[in-house]
Every structure is written in structure tokens, then in C-alpha cells.
Design a binder for this molecule. Structure first.
Ligand code: ACO
Length: 326
């Protein structure tokens, strides 16, 4: 048995909602601009006392309940996030302990919005190599905590949430292929400049806003469309699949126009592309598992369906995974 399948999925989004109309009140922006340029209408925002681990735990519990799986049966916990509770320790350690799994291995993966795609590849590899039988992979973010609410070019884009999947060993293999990549020549294109070892926080760096996410939006846009197309093409080729074999495209939800451009090139009609950007905005590593969870709850995905998961983000980084739903 060296296959892997996803046996449970869940998600969580904080209750508080920030609408385009709310943003109109504090920024020089409009519902019309945000809707036409991004497809976003609302974002869910973590409460002041909610950290990323809290979102992870709620999503993990939803997945465990949906799959009727006991925490004790999970061998390893992975959290993909760029907004951990602390720079260290890993958020996954906190999550595992809170779920009652103290002693189990737990670690974070920090590869921005590509985190879930990288995590899916990593977790599938651990299972197929026979190292673990069940891995919980959570993509989670509290991006509202690192967004400058006065910067209209980023404040409109990001939201909070978490999606969790349980992967387990299986006779049938769902993981068909993966294509991952990174280009770190210009990390500042999309980054949190301050607080790391290169630019530790000082009174000056805080006054300069280095605690906030910054982004070269136009450049990222071009990169995103190119990489979504290229990466999907390579992953399909690696799996021996044609575009016409794909039942569902589940892309990272960064911008409706990026998704539409990639879907058009891949000949994917709207009804085969899972999009929930209107409700959540960009939740980075959480966006793909939340979209998967919602699509499953809506009964859209059936056994045997071929899914392409594809994403891109800070690093810069990108990746696509092809998956046959079990
Ligand atoms: N409201 C109104 N006007 C705005 C806003 C706003 N919220 N934001 C920018 N503008 C203005 C700009 O100032 C500019 O004005 P100008 O022409 O007078 O200079 C104009 O609108 C056009 O700005 P652009 O930046 O060219 O707008 P664009 O169509 O590229 O949309 C956006 C901007 C939405 C950021 C787009 O570039 C984008 O989505 N880029 C990709 C971002 C992304 O995917 N980031 C996440 C990566 S994942 C991760 O790792 C976190």
C-alpha cells in the first residue's frame, strides 16, 4: 500500500466580515474598483484575541469530525502559514498540543500562498514513503494582522481563515503529480520586510511600517498568470493527463482576473473552476483548502474526479498538484 488519499476535509473562517463598503469608509477606494479589479466583496477577519493556531484548531476539528477520525490516529501535523502565532516555535506544535496530540511530530512550512501545494506534496511523500500513515495538513492565515489598513493597494486584498485536510495511506493512489518551483532573486517583491534576522524591529523600522506586508502588485499579477499556466501544464504532463481530463481547477484565490486568465488558457469553463474569492478575499495558504472544503460540502466533487490544485505567492514561489479524488 503506497498510495495516498485525502480522507477528511474541513475549514474555518472567523465570524467578523469586512465588506467593500466598510473599506470605502476608511480608504480612497470603491466597491466598483475592488469588484472589477479583484472579484472580492468580503473578507473574514480574525478577532483581536484570535491567532493563527486558533483558526487551525477550528478547521482541524471540522476535518476530524467530517472524517470521523480521532486525533490519536494522526501521526504528524503540518501547518502551512506565513502568519504564525510567533516567529518560533512552530504554530503546528501549538495546534497539536491543543488538539490533545502532544508528543506527535509537528512543524510549519513557510512558503507563502504556495504553502498548501508544497504541503500536499510533502505530506503525500511522507505517506507514500511509509513514514507516516495519517498526516494532518492545515493551510491557515491571519493576514489581517500584517496588513496596513491605510494602504489601499493591499488592505483590500487579504482575509483570514484556515482549511485542513487529513491525508492517509491507501491502496489506491490519489496523488498523480506535482510541479513546484521558487525564484528568490527578489524576495522584496512580496514580503514582510521587518522582524526577521535581516531587519530586526527597531523603533525606526516600526515607524517606517516594516511590520506590514508589502507587494509589487502589477509584477506579481504577471508572474501569477504565467506560473499558473506553466505549472499546471507541467503537472498535467508529469501525470500523463490532457487538459480535457481535468474535472476541477482549484486555484489559489488571489485575484479573479488571474484565475480567469489561467482558466481561459487551460480551456476550463467557469463551472469547472472553484472560486470563492468573493467571500474570503486572498487567504494565502488557506485559500485552496477552504475552496476544496466548500466544494465538497456542496457535493460538487465526486470519486474519480481529476483535480488540479495550483498556486503561487511570495518567494516568489509556485506549484501545481494533480489529484484523483478517492
Ligand atoms: N482602490 C482604488 N484605486 C486603487 C486601489 C484601490 N484599492 N489600489 C490601487 N489603485 C489605483 C492605483 O493607485 C493606480 O492608480 P494610477 O493609475 O492613478 O497610478 C490604479 O488603481 C491602477 O493600479 P494597478 O496597481 O495597476 O491596478 P491593477 O489592475 O494591477 O490591480 C492589484 C491591482 C489588484 C493589486 C493587482 O495587481 C493584483 O491582484 N496583483 C496580484 C496580487 C497578488 O496576487 N498578491 C498576492 C500574492 S499571494 C501571497 O503570497 C500573499
Amino acid at each position: 500500500m503506497n498510495g495516498v488519499k485525502i480522507s477528511a476535509v474541513g475549514h474555518y473562517a472567523p465570524a467578523a466580515i469586512l465588506t467593500n463598503e466598510d473599506l470605502e469608509k476608511t480608504l480612497d477606494t470603491s466597491d466598483e474598483w475592488i469588484t472589477t479589479r479583484t472579484g472580492m466583496k468580503r473578507r473574514h477577519i480574525a478577532a483581536p484575541d484570535q491567532a493563527t493556531s486558533d483558526l487551525c484548531i477550528a478547521a482541524a476539528r471540522d476535518a476530524l469530525q467530517n472524517g470521523k477520525i480521532a486525533t490519536a490516529d494522526i501521526d504528524c501535523f503540518i501547518v502551512a502559514t506565513s502568519t504564525p502565532d510567533y516567529p518560533f516555535p512552530a504554530t503546528a506544535c501549538i495546534v497539536a498540543a491543543q488538539l490533545g496530540a502532544t508528543g506527535k511530530p509537528a512543524f510549519d512550512m513557510e512558503i507563502a500562498c504556495s504553502g498548501f501545494i508544497y504541503g500536499l506534496t510533502m505530506a503525500s511523500g511522507l505517506i507514500r514513503a511509509g513514514i507516516y500513515s495519517r498526516v494532518m495538513l492545515i493551510g491557515a492565515e491571519s493576514l489581517s494582522k500584517i496588513v496596513d489598513r491605510t494602504d489601499r493597494s493591499t488592505a483590500i486584498l487579504f482575509g483570514d481563515g484556515a482549511g485542513a485536510v487529513v491525508l492517509e495511506a491507501s491502496a489506491e493512489n490519489s496523488f498523480l503529480s506535482s510541479e513546484l518551483g521558487a525564484d528568490g532573486r527578489r524576495p522584496e517583491m512580496l514580503c514582510l520586510l521587518g522582524g526577521g534576522s535581516r531587519r530586526p524591529f527597531t523603533a525606526e523600522s516600526l515607524a517606517a511600517g516594516e511590520q506590514y506586508l508589502r507587494m509589487e502588485g502589477r509584477e506579481i499579477f504577471k508572474f501569477a498568470v504565467t506560473k499558473m499556466i506553466e505549472s499546471t501544464g507541467i503537472a498535467l504532463r508529469n501525470a500523463g493527463l490532457q487538459k480535457s481530463d481535468v474535472n476541477w481547477l482549484i486555484p489559489h484565490q488571489a485575484n479573479r482576473r488571474i484565475i480567469d486568465a489561467a482558466a481561459k488558457y487551460l480551456d476550463m469553463p467557469d463551472d469547472k473552476v472553484i472560486v470563492n474569492i468573493e467571500e474570503y478575499g486572498n487567504t494565502s495558504a488557506a485559500s485552496i483548502p477552504i475552496a476544496l472544503s466548500e466544494a465538497l460540502h456542496a457535493g460538487r466533487i465526486k470519486a474519480g474526479d481529476i483535480i488540479v490544485f495550483v498556486g503561487f505567492g511570495g518567494g516568489l514561489s509556485w506549484g501545481a498538484v494533480t489529484w484523483r479524488w478517492a
